[in-house]
Design a protein around this ligand. Structure first.
Ligand SMILES: CC(C)(COP(=O)(O)OP(=O)(O)OC[C@H]1O[C@@H](n2cnc3c(N)ncnc32)[C@H](O)[C@@H]1OP(=O)(O)O)[C@@H](O)C(=O)NCCC(=O)NCCS
Length: 150
């Protein structure tokens, strides 16, 4: 298993789009939309690969110098529940911390709230509907205590 940064428009980015489509959109009778893909060249793409096969991915959209939005988190059906999602999020948080970001925001599907809580994310606000299913705002501070002393 290897944590990788995926280069926009590379063959691995195409594999990312296929994984996102099959896990996040096809089960809802949808496909990735123009809106889903907007400005993705300005966003960061991370994944977990094994033998060149992409097993998990997520997208990070910088909001400003301190905050990012985590979006489009997907783990291959055959590999869910084996710790890959947790590994991908924690490795991504380390990468973001190293690049100076302080907080991760996300819209969690109601069905995935427990997963993010397990990783230290907190709920804020009420449920709302996005792509036809319930979501909720969640966030996590990722700055290291050492930075507070600096
Ligand atoms: C949700 C998802 C990203 C989690 O990734 P994963 O690799 O399956 O999760 P992990 O194996 O790393 O799970 C880590 C922990 O979270 C828990 N967990 C995982 N999915 C959960 C869920 N949907 N609800 C509650 N807890 C969950 C696991 O039980 C595990 O806890 P444990 O270590 O005590 O056993 C993945 O299952 C997935 O892609 N689901 C479909 C798409 C989706 O919902 N994406 C999120 C959109 S916001």
């Amino acid at each position: 298993m290897e944590f990788i940064e995926i280069v926009f428009d590379s063959p691995m980015y195409q594999a990312e789009l296929e994984l996102r489509n099959s896990i996040l959109r096809a089960p809802l009778g949808l496909a990735l939309s123009v809106e889903d893909l907007k400005n993705e060249e300005l966003q960061l793409h991370f994944g977990i690969v094994e033998s060149d096969t992409l097993l998990a991915c997520l997208v990070i959209k910088p909001i400003d110098q301190s905050q990012v939005r985590l979006r489009q988190m997907a783990v291959a059906k055959t590999h869910q529940g084996k710790g890959l999602g947790s590994l991908l999020v924690s490795q991504t948080e380390s990468m973001l911390r190293a690049r100076g970001f302080n907080e991760v925001l996300l819209h969690a599907r109601q069905t995935a709230i427990g997963f993010y809580q397990h990783l230290g994310y907190s709920i804020s606000g009420e449920l709302f509907t996005e792509i036809g299913i319930p979501h909720i705002n969640m966030n996590k501070a990722i700055f290291s205590p050492a930075r507070l002393i600096d």
